[in-house]
Design a binder for this molecule. Structure first.
Ligand code: HMG
Ligand code: MG
Length: 292
């Protein structure tokens, strides 16, 4: 009998990161259908939306309605971004059991993205983490701009480790390292992982790659070799951050799945169903705009 293959967890962020930058508002029906197709493809964790200010991200202003309409499947975590206590209360009211706070390793991006310094963001998150835990929710902490910032330029791995350490100190359960603008080379990702593995073991860190220059899969491959076993992806490679000029979509989850399969890891993702979900969301986004 052959040995069991090691597992890599692919976390789908397309409904949130993939859609948040779309100018044209995608209907609630299409968002719900996208999530249903992702569940059928086998994802155990899907980041479905954000409870941020609707003025800052109009595309996700329908977070309550989307969550109310998604049928919940056993064993699937439906997570959401929350920038502050107000966002957390909205998420908890919708039954969300995993929330993500988000800051960065660069001051410029943090200011543009959440209107705070890094230190202010950590202070803001303290009551969010405490209240989320009290309610039985798990908290992910994103650190953006782990290699470079669109405003501040190159970022030192030690700055990333420092933000990770602050998030760990306030009790964040899971650390997620984001190459927000998709510029990383594999050596740079390796240095960031080595620095952050001093805060949490590599096997517990999540890597979140954007694919602006087509190097995301090479970075993921290096991350796998360094013990990373959790990756975010966006089905269809859709998306980008409205506060990161020049950044393109997340690495396509299909490419991550193919990489893992080729390297002998199992992901429990059904490739044909994943391709179907990618086709669905790509056709929604490519459809001509309705007449005004
Ligand atoms: P602010 O303007 O400083 O907030 O924004 P404020 O506290 O002064 O409030 C201003 C108004 O927003 C008030 O309403 C609040 O009630 C409202 P008004 O009195 O003017 O009518 N407000 C809210 N409404 C609903 N839900 C809330 C909420 N909070 C305040 N939670 C704030 C600060 C953090 C709210 C804002 O900057 C924001 O929402 N930013 C989110 C930006 C965002 O979503 N960016 C994309 C996600 S991050 C990302 O993509 C990177 C990632 O993928 C990883 C990577 O790639 O690296 C995660
Ligand atoms: Mg992102």
């Amino acid at each position: 009998m052959s040995a069991a293959r090691e597992h890599v967890e692919l976390i789908e962020v397309g409904p949130r990161d993939g859609l948040q930058n779309e100018k044209r508002i995608v209907s609630v029906d299409d968002k719900v259908r996208f999530v249903e197709l992702l569940v059928s493809a086998g994802f155990r964790e899907i980041e479905v939306t954000s409870f941020v200010s609707p003025k800052w991200v109009p595309q996700l202003a329908d977070a309550e309605e989307v969550l109310a309409r998604i049928p919940r499947a056993d064993g699937v975590v439906y997570s959401a971004l929350v920038p502050n206590e107000k966002g957390l209360e909205r998420a908890l009211a919708c039954g969300v059991r995993k929330v993500s706070v988000f800051t960065a390793a660069s001051e410029g991006f943090t200011r543009k993205n959440i209107n705070a310094t890094i230190a202010e963001s950590i202070e803001r998150f303290k009551p969010v983490v405490a209240r989320a835990h009290e309610a039985g929710a798990v908290v992910r902490g994103y650190v953006s701009c782990v290699v470079a910032c669109p405003y501040d330029g190159p970022i030192a791995p030690d700055a990333v480790r420092e933000t990770c350490a602050r998030l760990a100190e306030i009790g964040v359960d899971e650390l997620d390292l984001g190459d927000t603008i998709g510029v990383a080379h594999p050596d740079e990702i390796a240095r960031v992982i080595e620095a952050c593995a001093r805060v949490r073991p590599a096997g517990e860190l999540v890597i979140h790659l954007h694919d602006t220059f087509g190097r995301a899969i090479a970075c993921a491959e290096r991350a796998l070799a360094l013990g990373i076993r959790k990756f975010d992806g966006s089905t269809g490679g859709i998306g980008g951050c409205p506060y990161a000029p020049g950044a393109s979509g997340n690495v396509a989850t299909e490419k991550l799945e193919a990489l893992c399969a080729a390297r002998g890891y199992e992901t429990r993702i059904d490739r044909a169903a994943l391709t179907g979900a990618a086709r669905f969301i790509s056709s929604v986004l490519a459809a001509p705009a309705a007449e005004a």
